[in-house]
Design a protein around this ligand. Structure first.
Ligand SMILES: O=c1ccn([C@@H]2O[C@H](COP(=O)(O)O)[C@@H](O)[C@H]2O)c(=O)[nH]1
Length: 272
């Protein structure tokens, strides 16, 4: 099944546009995982089990694993998610970008090693740096467009022939690069006006939208700016606000993660 078909089915099956981010930070993990050599895997596995019926995607961010030399645990987490929840798309957030020969190795890592349905990619090095990912014809390529951080404006707002660079990227991807029909774009929830601009350019192309929760993006503005006519079209990501919800309340971490994921899913659905 293609990435886009799997995503559409997950939107419907779980009535959800929520993407649960997996960003395990040792300093924030509950105490029971600290002495456990498999602690990251066990933590993420419980988060996956607690939220799988509420999510349209899972998004591990590779840096959180690589920084701890925990790529093996990331692999186990991906294997677990694919085995137990094969209908939920798995997005590897890696933001790769390199020359074609190296890009092909990054694609092998994302799609073959981790079995990801999609991977995030930086478009800055041009089409020949993105094309190798499209050799995996059914997998998704999620291209940075208008990122959620304030500093994204430093480059993404530069004028390119009368339009900001992020709009040029949106047009390039939707009109030229999306030959397989498996591309999506990253657009931050922290910039709803730009989200609406991108939606107007790309039609129904899915958008990965980080920036609600810990980054403070407004859910109502995000959904009304980025939804498609059928009330879908987005994977709205929240990581820290779900993973570490118990830090604010003292609840069991998995129960707190589930509660916040459900509240977030429902808040998103109010505006679809
Ligand atoms: O523009 C972007 C692109 C990716 N991210 C990633 O999303 C999550 C956000 O985590 P929160 O804890 O919900 O803030 C994280 O993995 C980022 O690397 C992004 O924030 N903005």
């Amino acid at each position: 099944m293609t990435f886009i078909n799997k995503l559409s089915a997950a939107w419907t099956a779980n009535d959800s546009l929520l993407c649960v981010g997996l960003d395990p930070d040792m300093a924030k993990l509950p105490a029971q995982f600290h002495g456990d050599p498999q602690g990251i895997y066990h933590f993420c596995r419980e988060i996956i089990d607690a939220t799988a019926d509420l999510a349209c995607a899972f998004k591990p961010q590779i840096a959180y694993f690589a920084a701890l030399s925990a790529e093996g645990q990331l692999q186990q987490i991906c294997d677990y998610a694919r085995a137990h929840y094969p209908h939920i798309p798995l997005i590897l957030d890696a933001k790769r970008g390199d020359i074609g020969a190296t890009a092909r190795q990054y694609a092998r890592e994302a799609y073959d090693r981790y079995g990801a349905d999609a991977v995030t990619v930086n478009p800055y090095m041009g089409f020949d740096s993105v094309a190798p990912y499209m050799e995996w014809r059914e997998r998704g390529v999620i291209i940075l467009c208008r990122t959620s951080n304030a500093g994204g404006s430093d480059l993404q707002f530069l004028d390119v022939g009368g339009q900001p660079l992020y709009q040029h990227v949106a047009r390039l991807v939707s009109e030229k690069w999306n030959a397989n029909g498996q591309c999506a774009l990253v657009v931050g929830a922290t910039f709803p006006e730009e989200l609406a601009q991108v939606r107007a350019i790309v039609g129904d192309m899915p958008l990965l939208v980080p920036g609600i929760g810990a980054q403070g993006g407004d859910i109502a503005a995000t959904v009304t700016s980025g939804r498609t006519a059928d009330g879908a079209g987005m994977m709205i990501n929240s990581s820290r606000a779900i993973l570490y919800a118990a830090q604010r309340t003292g609840e069991d971490f998995a129960a707190a993660a589930r509660r916040v994921a459900e509240e977030t899913r429902d808040a998103i659905n109010q505006h679809r």
